[in-house]
Design a binder for this molecule. Sequence first.
Ligand SMILES: [Zn+2]
Length: 210
Amino acid sequence: MPRSKIQFQEGLSLREFVNKYGTEEQCRDLLFKARWPDGYRCPKCSHELYYYVQTRRVFQCRQCRHQHSLITNTIFTSSKLPLTVWFLAIFFMTQSKEGMAALPMSRYLGISFNAAIRMKHKLQMVMKQADDVQPLFGLVQIDDAYWGGKRHGCKRGRGAAGKTPMIAALSRDTKGYPRHIRFSRVAGFSSDEIKRWSEKHLAPKRAVFT
Ligand SMILES: [Zn+2]
């Protein structure tokens, strides 16, 4: 089963990064493939055909008319910032062990200091959760429904209705510097599904998350 993922290559220069992820379309394209590697499916009725409502940037199911956006239920949901800014922030945050301070980040990204702090906080939580789980290659859930370790309203293993469970994996080099961040869609957060995901995505020599 093919699984697309967002992955920034090791040693990617800022120039290369901007070439690859410098436009909103490029970022949306990548996120779409990560969320729906086998093509869009309505989260309500699983129908595959949809209209794209350009003005509201939502996918509307042709069968049940349910509307869903690319960023619904991701860490990007409640943010008004474009994906290009988020992607760039992830790039900066993963360039060193310390990440990047909010002040230079706000200047580089052209966003307010407060916005930079909020963004950093979200990304750091993703990275910290990765550290807590597994120091070399961690798993975290980026779905807002499971944000901060709270799983309100979630039926174990199946996910809340209409949510797309996503896993972000962060790998580090031997010095502990973050190298890759990878987002994948999973069927749910049951231990079986996590095990399946781990076997597929984690190198055998690494300990498997349990
Ligand atoms: Zn539908």
